[in-house]
Each structure stands twice: as C-alpha cells, then as structure tokens.
Design a protein around this ligand. Sequence first.
Ligand code: SF4
Ligand code: SF4
Length: 426
Amino acid sequence: MKYISIKRGISLPLLHEHTKNNKPDAVPDFEFYHIDLKTPIDEALDIQVAEGDVVKEGQLLARGKGKSSAFFAPVSGKVVTINKSLSAHGVGCKTIVIRNDYLHNKQLLENVQKNRGGYIKRMLEAGVVCTEPMMQGALYTQYLQNTIQDFTHGVIINATDTEPFKTNEQACLQYYMEQVVQGSMYLADAANTKSIIFLVNKEQSPLVRDLEKVFASYKNYRCQVYLLPNIYPLYGTYILQCLKKAKVLALHGKYTLQTACDAYAMYRACVENEVDIERIITVESDEDIRWGNYFIKRGTLIQDILDFVKVQNMKAETVVADSIMRGYAQEKLDIGVYQGMRGLFFLHNNILSEKETTCIDCGKCADVCPVRLMPMWLDRYANEKDMSRAKKYGVELCIGCGNCSYICPARRHVTQRIVEFKKGGM
Ligand code: SF4
Ligand code: SF4
C-alpha cells in the first residue's frame, strides 16, 4: 500500500458520519418505476417494448443503436406508458413507466463463457459498461475509459468517497469485498491484464488490511492498493495523470478506471448472470431520516424512497440527486433513479430559492477550478450565449464538478449555467 499526494482540488467537510460503516439494506418494491432512457451521448435507441406489454424483471427494454448501454426492466409488470418526462438529470427525456405486478419472475442471462471474449460480451450485454468514451463530467459510471478490446495495461478500481455525504463506494467495498475483488478480476481477464490497482482515501485505510488478505488468495493477479487524499474532485483523467506522475502507472499505458460498485455489478453479471438493474445509493438528509446505504433499483421513484426513509413530521421539499457538489436540486420528486446515481440528499431548506447576486470578481472560483479555467468568464459567456468566446477559454474542458458554485460568495450558479450552456450549445 502506498500513498499518492494530490495537490489540486478543494477539501470538503465530512458530513457523512451517519452512513459510514452502514451495511447496504434493500428498499422494498414499489408500485411504479420510471426508467428514463437518457444515454450519455443522446443517441437513437431501439425500444424493444410497447405500451401494454408485460415484462419480466431483467428483460431488455431498450438498447442504444451505437455504443451506449442497455436499459432493463427493474421489476416484472406491465408497461403502462412510454412518454417524455423529467429525468433526475434535470432534463426531459423518453421514459418507460412500469407498474409492478410483484411476480418476481426474474429473467437471467445464459451462463457466461469463462474466457476473455465471454467476459467482454457479458459486461456489455448485462449493461454494466458501454464502449463509448465518455465526455468529461458525464453523470454515468457505466463505461470503459478506453474500449475494452484496446487496453492491456491494467485495471483501476476507485473506491474513494470524496463528496460530503456519499459513502456508497466504501459500503460496497467494505461489505462485498470478495465480490468486488472477483469482479475486478473478470474485468482484468477481459482486458488481458493481471494488474489491478485499488484506490481508497486515507480515511478509509482500515480497509487496506482486509483488501490485502483477500488479494492473498488470488496469487495470479498483481493487486495493489493506493491511498488518495480526501480532496474533491478526484475525477478520472486527473487520477490517471497523478498515478502516472507518481510512476504507479506506465506513462503511455492504457488503463480502465471503474468504481467498486461497477466491479460488484461485473461480479453479479459474470457469476450470478444478472443484468445491472440496481446499485447501492447513499440516502441522506439535513433532517432526521432513516439515513443509510440502500440497494435501489433503477427507475424507483424518488418520492417512494422519501416516503420509505422519512420519519414523522419531516418537511423535506427538495432533493439533490446524485451529489451535493454537482447534482441537480429539484422540487419534483416523481422522477426515477437513473443508472449510476450514487446519492440522494433530501433537504428541508429550499436551496432553489437562494438568490444569486452580482459577481464581485473575487477570483475564488478560478482558485478552485481543477482544470484551471476562469469560471467567472465562462459564467458571463454562458449568460451571453457567446459560444465562440466560451470555447476560446476552454469551456469544453469543464468537468461540471461544482467547485466554482460551491465556493462562490455571490452564490452564482456558475456550474449549472456552464453545464446547461454546453448541453444546449455544443
Ligand atoms: S468551471 Fe467550475 S464546474 Fe467547470 S471544472 Fe472549473 S470549477 Fe469545475
Ligand atoms: S467566485 Fe463568484 S463572485 Fe468570485 S469571481 Fe467567481 S463568480 Fe465571481
């Protein structure tokens, strides 16, 4: 185990003491599931079901016509409607609504062929990964950094928890360590490598000894663990650069970077023949709730989750889906959990009503931007819808991390404005 020093980024207060060391529990089944068909590249989809169809749990609903991953039924039941509605990403998109019939007639995949090609095929067909290289800051995790057929140098599993309240990666690694390690090995086999690197935060160091014990039984793989500081954002490209600089990785080597939850989904796909329909999500609030890490199926309505976790007299009226730093605050709660969502934060204070004031040119946003942009300028160009100047100052490099909005004393919605501008204008 070694320690890597990373200097850029900002330290965040640790607000997640509640959910730390909390074993993931399952939320019950609910009546309706809203599966939004949002793909990272908004590509055309082959929708395989129609209104009125009866589907089994795990049945294919839709698949991208290009390289993005598939959508599966989270429960068995009837497709009641296919319409356009708001997604938890804050945008409208096509949504399949399923009414649960509570039959639990799960559809499993055929046994996987235990070879490299078999593992690649399985991860793609189970919807754990897609082969589309992702744009920076995308809100999806199910991708391979380089196309799986290409890379050969190593697999990196990131189990760091660097945002104020999310602990889902830690919970996954802590309670499903054997499965996560095995999942990473199937990925390594698919990638034709024996090198696996696990990343955890310095604060998670008690996990290291347990990891090393598990590694001891898999002598055919070179498994190592590295500690990263608790700094936000630890985004993919940046981690790879730092590891290369520290000579942990070969300078021109190709690597795939996945999360602990992804590795667990790979285990379930390869060993249990299941498609990827549920993930561990941290549920927290500034009120008294039944906080915790929960297994939650894609498409579960956020309102149902709130009803399940809330205690009497709770007043939460806003939800931040995915992350305090870069998630979308919304008042409407009848929206479904999307694939790759990692946290839900219910708020009593309605942060949507916080008023922006004029930029005072303090420069704090530029100090914390991990890709060294001038967020206050990008904010201005986004406001003026001036894409050519925004591009000149690197708007394409913005990863939507939220640092600039978080630090801004004028409470300007810098990140949100830049991200929305990019969506509409690029
Ligand atoms: S401009 Fe803001 S959101 Fe974009 S990378 Fe910089 S700090 Fe993050
Ligand atoms: S942090 Fe806010 S007020 Fe300060 S320069 Fe940036 S946008 Fe302006």
